[in-house]
Design a protein around this ligand. Sequence first.
Ligand SMILES: C[S@@+](CC[C@H](N)C(=O)[O-])C[C@H]1O[C@@H](n2cnc3c(N)ncnc32)[C@H](O)[C@@H]1O
Length: 278
Amino acid sequence: MKSFEEYLNISKAINGWFDQDAARIFYFLNNLQREEGLFGNIFEIGVHHGKSALLLGIFIDPKKHKLIVNDIFDQQELNISNSGLGSKEIFKKNYLKFFNSDGGLQIIEKPSRELSVGDTSNSCIFFSIDGGHSADETYNDLLTAKNALLNEGIIAVDDYFNAGFPGVSEGVCRFLIENEDFVPWIYCFNKLIIIKKTEVNNYKEMLVKNDFENFCKDNNYFINQMKFFENDLMIFRKRSSLNSILFNISNKLKKYRLFKKVAPFILKIFPFIRKIKV
Ligand SMILES: C[S@@+](CC[C@H](N)C(=O)[O-])C[C@H]1O[C@@H](n2cnc3c(N)ncnc32)[C@H](O)[C@@H]1O
């Protein structure tokens, strides 16, 4: 099995739109599922050259489960929202270079609106949506994901807040309004993570069990919580390394009474400190 670090290395050379921090969080979430003994198929709509698909390939044991990917690849005349430009040839080359085998991989080449449960299976634990970016495509892809997922499954939608693709947010909102049993749970690095409402507390417990706080600290992530579709959406941001150092120093210093006394003077002498966002 390939490691996450090996994935990070190879992914640098792959053309695509998958942020390494999003990859790190996907990997952490899949580890939560593993810790709970949750295994199953993984599905992706929208492959392009495989930047995200290669990570998803790590999530399966090819002897037991499948990574199923869907893209229109060479039928780009069907790419009505001009999102990406899939190439089966480049994707397969990247996949084989990384895994030395395509065991467990299944490629479905057609527009995602034609996918059926026969294609997706109904035992997916992770479903990544990054194909057509119009409202109808996004909405349909979410319905496909809903039918493919196990109860504890996770859906990740790309570009929810990307002003360049407003259709994605329209499609997601339509889906969430019509399917109140699903809620947005995390927004991180261009990905909106949606889970079943009944699973929110289970996942919260899993986060605590799996040292989520230290995971965030180690990676300089900080989280704002905002109500969104009646759920507490966790919005991930990242501090720069310098800001993290300053944040940790100021947190430690705050414990000392003397620091509290001199802090106002320091801020008076060096007013630019206030502008540093920690
Ligand atoms: C933004 S790219 C995917 C990026 C990829 N996930 C990555 O990590 O870099 C979008 C992909 O969706 C494909 N696509 C566009 N419309 C589609 C549709 N209706 N059905 C399936 N795939 C589609 C495009 O060919 C393209 O490869």
